[in-house]
Design a protein around this ligand. Sequence first.
Ligand code: ZN
Length: 311
Amino acid sequence: MHHKAKKLLESMYKLGRVPSSLLFFGKEGVGKKTVAFDFAKALLCMKRTFPACNDCPSCFHMNEFSKKPVEELRVYSDTSTGRKVFLYLQGDHPDFIYLQPEKDEIKIDQIRGVIDFVNLRPALSPKKVVLVWPAEAMNPYSQNALLKTLEEPPEDTHFILVCNMLDRILPTIRSRSYTVEFEELSEEDIKKLTGIEDRVILSLSEGSITKAKELSQKSHIIDMAKKVLSGSVLDVYKLSTQLENLSYEDQKLFLHTLEAMLHKKMLENKENYEIYERLIDRTVLVSDNLKRGLKLSLFVFYLKILLSEVV
Ligand SMILES: [Zn+2]
């Protein structure tokens, strides 16, 4: 998984040519953050090995960092007006900071904090690392403030910016950074990384670990969709009340699952193509009109009747 991205990072590391700013991008939930953290650990490792040795004091502090609850890592600063502002996350490693938004935005005060950190000498490791996630949370002021630092990169500091939406990063930042693309994970990768074996969940996860995990927590909804397609009329009858009692989001998920499963059946079952096509259209229509009081219980019966025409 991420063979390309990891190989690229490994060769940069081994050649001693790691750019001062790296920009990781790719879909949410494909493991960018994990790779970024591991790479930061390798950059900071006192034995200078790739992957990191996991044995030196630097690696020890990095491993501790990832175990601690976020509240214990939060660093604040007082502004000249006496206001307390959140800066970044930092554990006991003096040369590593993790910049993230407090709510939705990474503000310019936080970038000032980062610049103060950049101006220090490394205290433990050969380098310092600033990990920024999600990088698109930096508003344009913050991005511009950071840009000044990226334009005159301090020799001993690496920035790893991680984002899902590359178009929300200023072109000037992008051109100062080495971009590393992360591809979607295959179903096999997700299976290995999460231990999830349900084929429907894997196929609905769209290459994202986050999504696969969310779906597996809601496997009862996926089971409902499976039952509607392959269960008896009595099964569907039993389900109908449960369906009405689901939250709006869960009803949406139910319909989305149904749609994906019907789609798969349509492709496997060419002679009934038209029936499946009609069912998919109806499912999408119901999903779009869910808020207008359409009854899911009636819809699943309709669906079951149409399915009985499938030869
Ligand atoms: Zn180490």
